[in-house]
Design a protein around this ligand. Sequence first.
Ligand SMILES: Cc1ncc(COP(=O)(O)O)c(C=O)c1O
Length: 390
Amino acid sequence: MMNTKNHFETDAIRIQLERTNFLEHSSPLYLTSSFVFEDAEDMRASFTEEKERNIYSRFTNPNTTEFVDKICKLEEAEAGYAYATGMSAVFSTFAALLNSGDHIVSARSVFGSTHTLFTTYFPKWNIETSYFKVNEVNKIESLIQPNTKILYAETPTNPAVDILDLELLGHIAKKHKLLLVIDNCFATPYLQNPIQFGADLVIHSATKLIDGQGRVLGGVTVGRADLIREIYLFSRNTGPALSPFNAWVLSKSLETLAVRVDKHCENALKVAEFLETEKNVSLVKYPFLKSHPQYEIAKKQMKQGGNIVAFEIKGGIEAGRKFLNAIKMCSLSANLGDTRTIVTHPASTTHSKLSEEDRLEVGITDGLVRISVGLEHVEDIIADLKQALN
Ligand SMILES: Cc1ncc(COP(=O)(O)O)c(C=O)c1O
């Protein structure tokens, strides 16, 4: 790793594995499940960790190390471990750090599978979760119990694009000696660095903007070295490691993260401004629109507003369904953070099984549409949305 203070773009490109004898310019792919030892002594010293070296790709691999080193530098973290998916990063982080009887305080607006972990699986191991709504952060302290260990949140939230104040969460976590864990997936390390505000650990689904081209799944947890050590030991034994091939793809993707995310944000702001002028739209939520309820907080902690825009279509569920059916170019897909613009209508699709009351708890109104703004020409994105709205 380089020690100098470079700009984000430079680190994202220039942190790379040492060159081999072939003097390759771009890092090669180490598609190998294991590594060999010189002799019995080398093998012994490697297993007792007297030597820092690759043993088996479930533990470490040069390509995953390069990817993790980059994310650590970009998130200002001490150490990290890379996972096969964002969800394996979320699950393994909690599972490594929590004991039976521990308690989590979390924002209610978290990714669906994370919510399922909290409600369906963790209670089996006697780990309970208490929730606060994004607009009720003043209630967080009243939820903390003597056995609370982790304070957890995502910001911006999915799909309602609400913003949580990272500085406030950092203060609360410090005051009550809790671990602050932030899923930074929607912002990427380019737009927001939760560790600057007191986060102990940061999680990413690398499947989204980090890959950015809808190709591979991946995840990563970075942060305090002592916590990552626990997480690493748990993960090397339980086996959720990122594959070397996907690590190689994701590490290459980081080389273009800054230019891609700049363009995503520029397009998203233009789409949000266009939607504000449409007569069939009653509300537009984008963190860098002045009308966003947490605009000032977004400006404080984010470099730009991200690529997700949410809006309320007039006419509720039926209007949302009609809108999706009228879309011509944009994709109807469950992913986000792709070069291709993706539109979803949570009330009639991903969240249709929830009651209206449960949907409203996480900001999903009947007419809420989420757009993951891509990298097509913005005039073509707007033209497709406009014809579908009309
Ligand atoms: C905020 C957030 N966290 C975690 C995940 C899970 O990531 P993956 O699909 O890579 O497992 C997602 C996926 O959409 C997400 O949006």
